[in-house]
Design a binder for this molecule. Structure first.
Ligand SMILES: [Zn+2]
Ligand SMILES: [Zn+2]
Length: 436
């Protein structure tokens, strides 16, 4: 058996807001920099992307799809009639076409130029039946995000509620950028499913592609082996999930639906009698002052879950009422079975990571995500030291120190879970706080 680093959910230029330069060659380049071995194709039901993949992917002796030295799993994301996104994997091109044909009568955009992530007018259970009956694998994408996800506010609280009898055909869930294993294992209904941590990348930028991945322990990089690992059969398994530290995700913290400011609580000593009346508003945050932040937050989450909390910033500035929405962490507080994670025996470890590009940006004090200085430094360290995943996880700190002292100290702190974060929310990524 061998270990394959795998990112199994990406998109194509046929989904909105995806880089036009995302193609097999640029994907392969990034995979090599990161240390990725298997990648999802993204958007495989879209006719042009399907044609492109079919004419470029070769099958190796193990029946795994390959382009240059990188392996591919035929993959897409589908939105069902509950507006839930589902990740789908296909064994071969025949099953892609078969499922495309079966879904076409229920979809207005599956054959469109912009149908990369098609919407189908089918319930989650109906969609699962169609995919599974044609040999595909399916599970909820970014399961806890406040939009388009199975566990979002005012949607489902358990897998069973959503999939009903089709639940036995769902073997995995995708955690999403703002959740990790510690958060998800507070729900007892997830104890038997396998967790995937995938990037959902919209570009080949190494900051995006492979920012989350899974280590698969399998015999060869074929669909059949991936399926066995997801079902945890014949000793095939995922041995590690690595993903963004949840606070870096775009939806960790609760936020105003309109202005997207995140809601935080700050302890003050001065006695405050009335709850939620003392606050300050900045560009990105609403900060409530309280004598007991934990209790105030609990109370606030409780009211927000009932759609009762109004954004004070929008009230002041727009004279209108807009609701506060729960982020991933607060939604999990509301629907969780346990206060502390209860990991089942099969659950692999999870590493809360930071993309190397972002570590370099912080160390250099550069805000721009497309800075040439940052990208050149990134390429240099990868070339001289190791692929990104090795630098993040395995490369001895003294070797990184020889390259850059400040970078080494941040990587050391992150490996020891000593990094402080400003939590993301409302579509804005979180940030690491470092003082060098
Ligand atoms: Zn999605
Ligand atoms: Zn607002």
């Amino acid at each position: 058996m061998d270990i394959y680093n795998s990112d199994l959910h990406i998109h194509s230029p046929h989904s909105i807001a995806v880089s036009k330069s995302l193609n097999l060659d640029t994907m392969v380049q990034t995979c090599k920099k990161k240390g990725l071995n298997i990648l999802g194709t993204g958007d495989i039901l879209q006719p042009e992307w399907l044609k492109y993949m079919e004419s470029n992917l070769d099958k190796d002796e193990d029946a795994a799809f390959k382009y240059k030295d990188i392996y591919f799993i035929l993959q897409t994301e589908i939105e069902d009639q509950e507006s839930i996104h589902q990740v789908v994997f296909f064994p071969d091109f025949n099953s892609v076409r078969e499922i495309q044909k079966k879904l076409n009568p229920y979809s207005k955009n599956i054959l469109d130029e912009w149908g990369g992530r098609p919407r189908v007018n089918l319930s989650p259970a109906e969609l699962v039946d169609i995919v599974a009956d044609s040999g595909g694998l399916i599970g909820p994408a970014h399961a806890f995000t406040p939009f388009k996800a199975i566990f979002r506010q005012n949607k489902f609280k358990t897998l069973k509620e959503c999939y009903q009898d089709a639940i036995k055909k769902v073997t995995f869930i995708e955690l999403g950028l703002s959740a990790n294993t510690d958060l998800a294992d507070r729900l007892s209904c997830l104890k038997d499913v396998t967790f995937l941590s995938n990037s959902d990348a919209h570009s080949q930028n190494p900051r995006s592609l492979g920012r989350e991945f899974n280590k698969f322990d399998i015999d060869c990089p074929s669909f059949e082996e991936i399926q066995l690992a997801l079902e945890r059969k014949n000793n095939r398994k995922i041995t590690l999930n690595l993903g963004l530290s949840p606070m870096l995700g775009k939806y960790y913290n609760m936020f105003c639906h309109k202005c997207r400011r995140r809601v935080l609580f700050k302890k003050v000593k001065k006695k405050i009698d009335t709850i939620f009346t003392q606050y300050s508003i900045s560009e990105n945050f609403i900060i409530f002052y309280t004598n007991d932040p934990a209790k105030a937050k609990e109370n606030y989450i409780d009211q927000t879950a009932k759609d009762k909390m109004i954004c004070p910033a929008c009230q002041e500035k727009l004279k209108k009422n807009f609701k506060i929405k729960l982020g991933v962490s607060e939604r999990i507080d509301v629907i969780s079975t346990y206060d502390k994670p209860q990991h089942p025996d099969h659950r692999p470890p999870y590493i809360n990571a930071i993309p190397l590009i972002d570590i370099i940006r912080s160390v250099r004090g550069i805000k721009s995500t497309s800075s040439k200085t940052v990208l050149n430094f990134y390429d240099k360290i990868i070339k001289e030291l190791a692929p990104e995943f090795e630098i993040l996880i395995d490369t001895p700190i003294n070797q990184i120190e020889n390259f850059d002292k400040n970078l080494a100290s941040v990587i050391k702190a992150f490996r020891n879970s000593e990094i402080d974060y400003t939590p993301g929310g409302g579509g804005i990524y979180g940030q690491i706080k470092i003082d060098l």
